[in-house]
Ligand binder design. Structure first.
Ligand code: C2E
Ligand code: CA
Ligand code: CA
Length: 515
């Protein structure tokens, strides 16, 4: 096989670069020169003293850092899934033969899209190549780094003695830092962020294949990307089980939405001064044929990942308005039903039109509907569709509730701008207020502020009679929580509301005034 002078020079330089990484390697220069004198006398000393810096310059490339910013382009850097599986198998086989460890890492560039839009395809290509060369420069000689798809890189670590969780987390963090260094491309600074998922070979069963190691790294990467940008996740057995459960739910979700398996349950909200029901919150439940009642924490992400949040809001709204009509017909006094609207649901440009149409269809006034928006959504000062929808729904006459208040940083200006009616104080500020002095002071301050701003208040997660009583004393307008009632199906609410009305009447008879 012939090798051109240029290729030979590049190979020598690549070898030296791995051996002499960074200016710190020059610290060994005096020791090298002394050793040369000891071995070969004066001629050797002169040769080494002049030659070693030359070798260092050669290793650093034509202009030091500039060389790092100039990635080598090779078509063979890109692998498909089949090739990636066989490389992973190879890595496992080598490690097993040497009785050493290996690991598979996947790196995904999170932040490349923005740069791509701003600067065009040429810049994207350069950044991608640069990311690959930075990954390679951070790895050892025995490791492999290749591109897999547009924004993803496959790393397979050569056999090594210590590749435990801690060592791999440290390596992942070094790789991430290297990729995320600002890059000068075509006279502008560009910024990339990377998420990393990895699987240590030792975490897998002894019989695991390369394909399984790769798949485990993919699961870890999808978890990292979901928590990103710039997150790192290690694969674990627990992660595998959660992932496969989510996959099963994903395959069932469309049918569940269409067949009414996903529906709201309702949790009452009570006025602290009269004890009467002031509203109910609609909380999604999946009545699963085999798993029983699945709470939203387990399926909202599935809906989000499969782009079904808009459909969820349609389903919950229809069920909620149907329930409100049926309670009206049963002679109950339920002033309002509140529905949760997450960020993706608020992005629907037809949301206001759709809600108005549904209200008309059910013959209900907008005042009967509450819109719960998370404080974090409002605190992000949304522009465009999200902001317009909240403002328009407020104008229509719907009540705007600021959910999980205290967990975001909504400004007073944004409370005004979005015409917020009520603060729903997050459960974390309510728990144990009757027993924790500091919690008590904090809540009193929040209630005082809301009062001065003319906002109604509701305390979430009220679990005990003590908390309920103290909240009433502090002037909180409404309470909601397991201490009053757990969320329940629409028909059960009829019985609960009747019993609650009886309890109030009894209490009034006894002269206590409130339930
Ligand atoms: P959230 O809006 O803050 O709802 C309150 C959550 O606290 C509910 O959990 C409720 O069951 C629970 N909870 C109520 N009282 C108590 C209490 O006294 N103690 C404790 N420990 N918990 C209490 P859930 O139903 O599991 O809902 C969780 C979250 O899922 C909700 O938090 C909301 O953000 C979201 N979610 C629920 N339904 C929907 C929906 O239809 N659409 C959207 N976008 N999000 C929903
Ligand atoms: Ca809520
Ligand atoms: Ca809440």
């Amino acid at each position: 096989m012939k090798m051109s002078i240029g290729t030979g020079f590049a190979r020598v330089r690549s070898f030296l670069r791995r051996g002499l990484q960074g200016p710190q390697s020059l610290a060994f220069l005096p020791a090298i020169v002394l050793a040369a004198f000891w071995i070969g006398g004066e001629p050797f000393l002169i040769f080494t003293a002049l030659g070693a810096p030359f070798l260092y310059l050669l290793a650093s490339g034509p202009s030091g850092r500039a060389a790092e910013e100039e990635p080598a382009k090779q078509a063979s850097d890109v692998v498909d899934m089949a090739a990636a599986r066989s490389l992973a198998q190879n890595a496992l086989d080598r490690a097993k033969a040497a009785n050493l460890a290996t690991a598979c890492m996947l790196v995904e560039l999170d932040g490349l899209d923005d740069s791509a839009q701003m600067a065009g395809d040429g810049t994207v290509d350069t950044l991608r190549e640069l990311a690959l060369s930075r990954l390679r420069n951070t790895l050892r000689r025995d490791d492999i780094a290749l591109r897999m798809g547009d924004r993803r890189f496959l790393l397979l670590l050569g056999p090594s003695l210590r590749l435990d969780l801690e060592a791999l987390l440290q390596l992942a963090s070094r790789l991430q830092n290297a990729v995320e260094e600002p890059a000068a491309v075509e006279n502008s600074m560009r910024y990339m962020s990377a998420s990393i998922g990895f699987c240590a070979g030792v975490r897998l069963p002894a019989t695991a294949t390369g394909a399984q190691m790769l798949e485990a790294a993919q699961v870890a990467l999808s978890e990292a990307v979901a928590n990103g940008p710039s997150a790192i996740r290690a694969w674990s057995e627990h992660m595998r089980m959660a992932h496969s459960e989510q996959k099963t739910l994903r395959s069932e979700v469309d049918r569940a939405l269409a067949s009414g398996q996903i529906q709201p349950w309702f949790q009452p909200q009570v006025c602290t001064s009269t004890g009467r029901i002031s509203g109910v919150e609609a909380l999604a439940r999946w009545i699963h044929p085999t798993r029983g009642i699945v709470p939203p924490g387990q399926f909202l992400r599935v809906l989000e990942d499969s782009g079904r949040m808009e459909r969820l809001s349609e389903v919950i709204l229809q069920h909620s308005l149907t329930a409100l009509r049926s309670w009206d017909s049963a002679g109950l006094d339920i002033p309002r039903v509140s529905v949760n609207f997450s960020d993706p649901e608020l992005r629907d440009p037809r949301l206001v039109e759709r809600i108005q149409w549904e209200l008309d269809r059910f013959g209900l006034t907008p005042q009967r509907l509450g819109i719960e928006v998370l404080e974090t959504v409002i605190a992000g000062s949304p522009e465009g569709v999200v902001a317009r929808n909240i403002v328009e729904l407020g104008k229509l006459g719907c009540h705007i509730d600021l959910d999980d208040f205290g967990t975001g940083h909504a400004s007073i200006t944004s409370l005004r701008r979005f015409k917020v009616h009520r603060l729903k104080i997050d459960r974390s500020f309510v728990t144990r207020i009757d027993r924790d002095e500091e919690q008590h002071r904090m809540l009193a301050a929040v209630l005082g502020m809301a009062d001065r701003l003319g906002l109604e208040t509701l305390a979430e997660g009220v679990e005990s009679v003590g908390e309920h009583a103290l909240l009433a004393q502090l002037g909180c307008d409404h309470v909601q929580g397991f201490g009053i009632a757990r969320p329940m199906p629409a028909d059960q609410l009829v019985d609960w509301a009747n019993q609650h009305a009886n309890r109030i009447a009894e209490a009034q008879k006894l002269g206590r005034g409130s339930a």
